[in-house]
Design a protein around this ligand. Structure first.
Ligand code: GTP
Ligand code: MG
Length: 437
């Protein structure tokens, strides 16, 4: 079973708290503040690891939580920043953060992306020393890290995909062309999940995927193949494998039409990919018949196929030609290791990061007589940082609110000193000393 979907929850670490501390030395009667800052919480980082094949591990382990930053200590010692929490994903993983609308494409070994940033550490009391406040008795708390659900989807990284009806001979071709060992059987649906093989021709390598057989209705979900069509979305070339002598006596032309219709129904532009047609199992028919079929298909398809190749996995006929045609059909610069852009307009960022923006603002609203609510990320962060049960910390918060323009905005809404203010669920009496300006 190939696990190609998973949903994980990532939670970056909380920053360490700053600390309140005063210097104590035998010969210094009254030392100054020396509380150090807290360290950063752990980022959560996804890294592309070629030793992984699919997302199975992520079905078992859903939660990933980064550790806390260390707390500050006296003597101006800062807490340690936590090491990032590294989560490995296989090459070809598309990561989607629906809430933020971000998306990352991890295709190259060691490629990494920070999906959740650790919270910053709080400042120790030393940082709050001012000319008028020589001995601050408060420090900041560390902030929580970012968190959220991520959707992981694996889209195999193959340059070329083998498509065709069940039993057409796709796996036999892959085994013959590459060192892969897909299962081959004389019954339909032998291949239950895509298998990749590497084709070496003229010092180039291209990756070929063997996709489970497609049947009529596959585009709408019938059979097995439809689940795996996502994996050929990234390919540059499709090899349509057509049995020259189907056991069930079916007509190759009708079979060809069935598969092409399903590719089109799937709807990801698969029908626009260049085609190579491979007439398989040639050893089962007289050579003249195979040659005549190839001529007929070339005529019928014209420009629609890069080439029509007669093959036999049993005898090796046509294998070199098929290999060359595939390699030629996959442009060098687009070979699998170059991460590619998706069709949709949103440019794919390798390291797109969400940062709480500097342009975020606050909103003030009246919630009742003598009661107000202030919302917005910067004010909520400020409250998260401080213990307003501590008088000094509360005065510091008031000063910050004033500097941010919150006090003035409250005044404009009819706020009177001493009224209640709620920020992020915390209600407190705000009594700014220096008026409402
Ligand atoms: N004589 C002959 N038999 C072949 C050849 N290629 C495949 N076969 C046989 O055809 C049957 C199907 O081959 P597979 O390679 O498993 O076909 P497939 O397209 O991968 O089938 P699914 O995985 O079920 O979609 C097996 O019994 C193979 O031995 C060939 O070139 N010559
Ligand atoms: Mg197969």
């Amino acid at each position: 079973m190939l696990y190609d979907r998973a949903k994980i929850f990532v939670q970056a670490g909380t920053g360490g708290d700053g600390v309140v501390s005063f210097r104590r030395e035998a010969h210094v009667p009254k030392g100054g503040p020396d509380g150090g800052d807290g360290g950063r919480g752990a980022d959560v980082v996804l890294v592309c690891d070629p030793s992984l094949r699919d997302l199975q591990e992520h079905r078992r382990r859903v939660h990933h939580k980064g550790s806390r930053g260390g707390n500050g200590e006296g003597g101006n010692r800062h807490g340690a920043s936590a090491q990032p929490l590294v989560v490995a994903v296989p090459p070809g993983t598309v990561v989607e953060d629906a809430e933020r609308g971000t998306r990352y494409d991890l295709t190259l070994a060691e490629q990494r992306v920070t999906v959740a940033e650790g919270g910053s550490g709080g400042h120790g009391n030393r940082r709050f020393t001012t000319a008028t406040r020589q001995a601050p008795r408060f420090a900041e708390r560390g902030l929580p890290g970012e968190e959220g659900w991520l959707e992981l989807r694996l889209k195999l990284l193959a340059d070329a995909g083998l498509v065709g009806l069940p039993n057409a001979g796709k796996s036999s071709l892959l085994a013959r062309l590459t060192r892969a060992h897909p299962k081959v059987g004389d019954y339909p649906f032998t291949t239950l999940e895509p298998v990749l093989g590497t084709l070496d021709v003229d010092e180039r390598q291209v990756v070929v995927a063997d996709i489970p057989g497609l049947i009529e209705g596959a585009g709408e979900g019938a059979g097995l193949g439809h689940e795996f069509l996502a994996h050929v979305e990234r390919t540059r070339l499709l090899v349509h494998v057509l049995d020259l002598a189907p056991l069930d006596g079916s007509d190759p032309q009708a079979n060809h039409a069935t598969v092409e219709a399903e590719l089109e129904d799937y709807g990801a532009g698969l029908e626009r990919l260049p085609r190579v047609v491979c007439l398989s199992k040639a050893d089962l028919v007289p050579a003249e018949r195979a040659a005549a079929a190839a001529r007929a298909w070339r005529e019928r398809l014209g420009e629609r196929a890069l080439a029509v190749v007669v093959t036999s996995a049993a005898t090796g006929l046509g294998m070199d030609e098929l290999g060359r045609v595939i390699v030629r059909g996959v442009p060098l610069e687009q070979a699998v290791l170059a991460p590619e852009q998706d069709d949709d307009d949103a440019p794919l960022a390798e390291h797109r990061l969400y940062r709480p923006g500097a342009d975020e603002n606050f909103r003030v609203e009246r919630t009742g007589p003598g009661a107000f609510r202030v919302s917005g990320a910067p004010v909520e962060r400020l409250l998260g940082r401080h213990d307003i049960g501590n008088d000094e910390a509360l005065r510091h918060v008031e000063a910050r609110l004033r500097a941010m323009g919150v006090i003035r905005a409250l005044g404009a809404e009819g706020f009177e000193p001493g009224d209640d203010v709620e920020i992020d669920g915390i209600v407190f009496e705000l009594d700014p000393g220096a008026g409402l300006a």
